[in-house]
Write a protein that binds this ligand. Structure first.
Ligand SMILES: [Zn+2]
Length: 294
């Protein structure tokens, strides 16, 4: 394949992967009897990520051209691993920067008080930012130690009980402490490697005629794109439960349950509904009930 045809194929694959994503979201919406999966999708992210997806598919196609696991041995294996790592590394290290860039940080708020409290309790020196009044959410992001940040909505600090704020912060700290973003990044790299590797093996069975392009798109759309979405969801649900259990250890079952019920109330019951990346409220409450501390 020439470079221009690689770029062209990468472009088609990028569009296809977006289409597959929306079809999967629609099927999931039907399955869940709720438009939640579609409604909660971040459409802006899809646009921001498009150049990255294009880069990813270009690299993938190049790797497929060059790697032949059946003959290439360790060289092919390393090439596949390298090709599979580029996009997740760019994406996951860039994510904290994008999050910070997009959040309206409130510099006047008691950042320092919250930060000091966390330093005292957890001996961790994470950056804490208080964000926009209207945002009723908290996030933790960052992979490298100096990029680890927690963002918390001003609404929480002003309207919630201290025990609930504490449980929210502890849950977010768990995400950073247990390197959840790194684990998600490694999941991505592993899944993409498996997709390229298995494709490189299977492609030998397929005629290198017109059928090849269709097979390539179907494989990377379904196994690569759809599969990644599914595997990410499974891993993220587990990590979410782990963060809840860390909060239980520090704050007790009652406080964490109360925190979840409060967040659900603030989100108009959104947490009770099925989602791609989060366990439902009931699953989380049951997970907490099963915990042995307190
Ligand atoms: Zn979480």
């Amino acid at each position: 394949m020439e470079f221009s045809s690689i770029l062209y194929s990468a472009f088609l694959l990028s569009l296809l992967s977006l289409m597959v994503k929306y079809v999967v979201l629609m099927v999931m919406s039907l399955f869940a009897h709720s438009i939640n999966p579609l409604k909660l999708n971040n459409y802006k992210d899809d646009i921001i990520l498009l150049p990255l997806i294009l880069l990813g598919y270009s690299v993938l196609l190049l790797v497929i051209e060059l790697a032949n696991p059946a003959e290439g041995g360790i060289y092919s294996f390393l090439l596949i691993l390298f090709g599979a790592s580029i996009v997740p590394i760019v994406r996951f290290t860039g994510e904290p920067i994008i999050t910070l860039f997009r959040s309206r940080i409130n510099k006047n708020h008691q950042n320092e008080i919250v930060k000091k409290k966390i330093q005292e309790r957890f001996q961790e020196n994470y950056h804490i930012y208080v964000i926009d009044k209207k945002i009723m959410n908290a996030y933790a992001t960052g992979i490298l130690p100096f990029t680890k940040i927690i963002l918390i909505g001003e609404y929480f600090l002003e309207n919630l009980k201290p025990e609930i704020i504490d449980a929210i912060l502890t849950h977010e700290i768990a995400h950073l402490k247990y390197n959840h973003l790194l684990k998600l990044m490694l999941t991505n790299i592993l899944w993409i490697s498996i997709t390229i590797f298995s494709f490189s093996i299977i492609r030998n069975l397929v005629d290198s005629s017109n059928l090849f392009a269709v097979f390539l798109m179907g494989y990377f759309g379904l196994v690569g794109g759809g599969g990644l979405l599914f595997v990410n969801g499974l891993v993220q649900k587990r990590l979410e439960k782990q963060a809840d259990l860390f909060a239980v250890k520090k704050n007790g079952k009652a406080a964490v349950k109360e925190m979840l019920l409060k967040l659900n109330e603030l989100s108009n019951d959104q947490m009770t509904k099925w989602s791609f990346n989060y366990p439902t409220l009931n699953e989380r409450l049951e997970n907490i009930s099963r915990a042995d501390s307190h």
